[in-house]
Write a protein that binds this ligand. Sequence first.
Ligand SMILES: O=C(O)CCC(=O)C(=O)O
Length: 266
Amino acid sequence: MMNLKLNPQNGTNNFPNPETSSSSKTMSEVVEPEVHLVQLQKSVVVDLGHGSEVLYRTRFLSYEESWNYFEYLNKHIPWIRPTILVFGRPVLQPRDSCYIASEGLAELGYSGYKPHAHSWDEFPPLKKLLDEVHRALPGSRFNSLVLNRYKGGNDYVSWHTDKEKSYGPTPEIASVTFGCEREFLLKKRPKKTSQGLSAPSAKRLDGEPPSKKVKKSKDPDQHTFMLKHGSLLVMRGYTQRDWLHSVPKRVKAGSTRINLTFRLVL
Ligand SMILES: O=C(O)CCC(=O)C(=O)O
C-alpha cells in the first residue's frame, strides 16, 4: 500500500498530478485483488439519530485504481457547467456535472435544469465501479449516477438535500471521491417555523456558498468528513429528509476533485 504524503501548505494529500504521472494504466489493467483487500478495511458509522446514518470508508478503492478512475473520468465524461436558476435568476452552476441513468427512469431536475441522462453503456469503467459499490453495500441496486467535478477551491455545492420523490422516503446514496480532498459538511435541517415554512437554507442555493468556517465544536447537529481520494461515504435512512449537506469553497484546495453519487430511482 502506498503512503500518502501530506502537503504542509494546505494539509491536503499531495497526490501526483495524474495528467503528468507516468503510471497511466488503462482501466482494464486495474489489479482486482487489491480492491478486495482494501474493501476489508473498517468503516466508520455515524448514527445521526432519528433513523439517519452515515457510513464512511476511507480506502474503499486503492490509491492507484482511484487515480485510474480519476484520469478516465476527467478525460472521458462529457462535463457540462450548466446555467441554473437561483431565486429565479440564471447563474452558472459552480461546478461541472453529468448524469447517467438506466433506461426508462423518471427525469432528474433541479434548480430549473434537467440534465441529459447518458447511458451506462457509454462508460464501461463506470459499470465496473457500480459493481464494486454494489459488492461493498450488500442489498444496494443503484441505477443512476450524478457526477460532479470541482476544478479548484472556488467550485462548491451549497447546502441542499437529495430529497426526491422518485428516491422514496429513505434513500441510500453512495458517494465515491477521487482527487483533491475536500470537506463534506452535514448539518441538521432547520425545523419548520410556526407558519409551516422551512428556513431558506433548506433549499439548494447554488448562488450562496456555505460558510467558509467549519465549527470545531462537538455540535451533534453538525458533522464534517474530509473526503479522501478513493473513499466511500454512504448516507442512509432519513438523512435526506432531516439533514443538509454541502462541499464549501476552499481557497487552498488547488486541484481537481471528482465526486460520484450513486442513487436508486424507484
Ligand atoms: O461532491 C460531493 O461530495 C457531494 C455532491 C452532492 O452533494 C450531490 O451530488 O448532491
